[in-house]
Design a binder for this molecule. Sequence first.
Ligand SMILES: [Zn+2]
Ligand SMILES: [Zn+2]
Length: 400
Amino acid sequence: MASTRDDAAAISADLAELRRAIHREPEIGLDLPRTQAKVLSALGGLPLEITCGQALSSVTAVLRGGRPGQTVLLRGDMDALPVTEHARLPYASQTEGTMHACGHDLHTAMLAGAAKLLAARQAELAGNVIFMFQPGEEGCGGAKKMIDEGVLDAAGPRPVAAFGLHVVSSTLPAGVFTSRAGTMMAAADTLEVTVRGRGGHAAQPHHAADPIPVACELVTALQTMVTRQFDIFDPVVLTVGLFRAGTADNVIPDEARFAATVRTFSPAARRRARDASLRLVRDITAAHGLSVHAEFVDGYPVTVNNADETAFAQQTVTDLFGTGGFVPAPSPMTGAEDFSYVLEQVPGAFVMLGACPPGSDPATAPFNHSAEAVFDDGVLADGAALYAELALRRLAAAAL
Ligand SMILES: [Zn+2]
Ligand SMILES: [Zn+2]
């Protein structure tokens, strides 16, 4: 039998066509009916058990192997971003204000390709594969919703391992994979603060309770908190990206509001960041005799790769693509991923794949989420082959 790489190369034109069709018609959030239809059509005729989501337009497909065994889950996300595409491509977005700027169109096509490759190997497959086509990664927590709707139980027994792939339009050369054991990506939470004072004339501040200097003090105190209360080797990034107060220079407003993104790299640091920031905000405001409403809004958890599954994924990459095909990630990424919800329940690995187009320098090419970001179709076959081999080999290992 030909290798999965050869078989993947043979369908690479189909994968590019599917990817470009999805790219042309990007959809945002949890409801992606046109993308879902394209996935269902790509999976048509394959020996899969397919269910569609209720609360979101997900597609869960189960392939049952010809031999008994365990279950492995492969995940690809499908949603786009509210960005207007600037890159001039023949398959550019036809929807103003919506763009596949994070490369999820490639993930969808690669996962559909893996389903095709594995279906052709159904007889030798020792167990089941769950294909998780997921909407709403960009901020909507689609992975959590799919778990709530039973994706982890789709084949019966829970998966013994789960793998996700993500392309990057810069940083890595095209076709090179990277990952790391332990923390792969940050948790991203939001601290929302409203300092409540009492408005008045700006020339008579002692007759008012001015929330602006107190809110400003909170912003700097939070930075001091980060550097004095947290281990630099288990870091915290806290950035106030929104600050609003006031209407005129001679009016003291009633309140001042700000919000910060809080990135942490361990569940313990995440809990401490929540407790410490809320305490600091509350106590400094009280010291000035004002009141505050503060909330720590949970975003995505820390994405933690299982050490054994990461080593297995690295081995699979180097077997398929040579030792140059894998570069260990020296540090976690400060972005966040809702595949973290899957990895909280199933040991697995999240693996990045360079998709920088030919002629661009990975060091300077526009990064994911940029209106200029371009992802190269040339990596689709490699991504599909890796997904397929991860499932094949992991199930074979579990069957021993
Ligand atoms: Zn993204
Ligand atoms: Zn993404």
